[in-house]
Design a protein around this ligand. Structure first.
Ligand SMILES: [Zn+2]
Length: 66
């Protein structure tokens, strides 16, 4: 795989970028610890979301331990 994760937020990717980086995005989602509270996208890296919010902070009462 030669694709590289784009530097800008997933929220701002265009269609071509998305298509090219989709496998990398899959990894981000699989291990996501953050969610964008504006767009609902998920990722591991803060820089990939425009309004990153920790998933854990939204899961209080369930399994907030991590
Ligand atoms: Zn966003």
């Amino acid at each position: 795989m030669s694709a590289k994760l784009p530097k800008k937020a997933i929220c701002k990717w265009d269609r071509d970028t998305l298509e090219q980086a989709l496998p990398l995005l899959a990894d981000q989602i699989a291990g996501a610890t953050l969610v964008c509270r504006k767009c609902g996208r998920a990722a591991q890296e803060k820089r990939l979301l425009c309004k990153p919010l920790k998933l854990n902070s939204l899961r209080q009462g369930k399994d907030a331990k991590d």
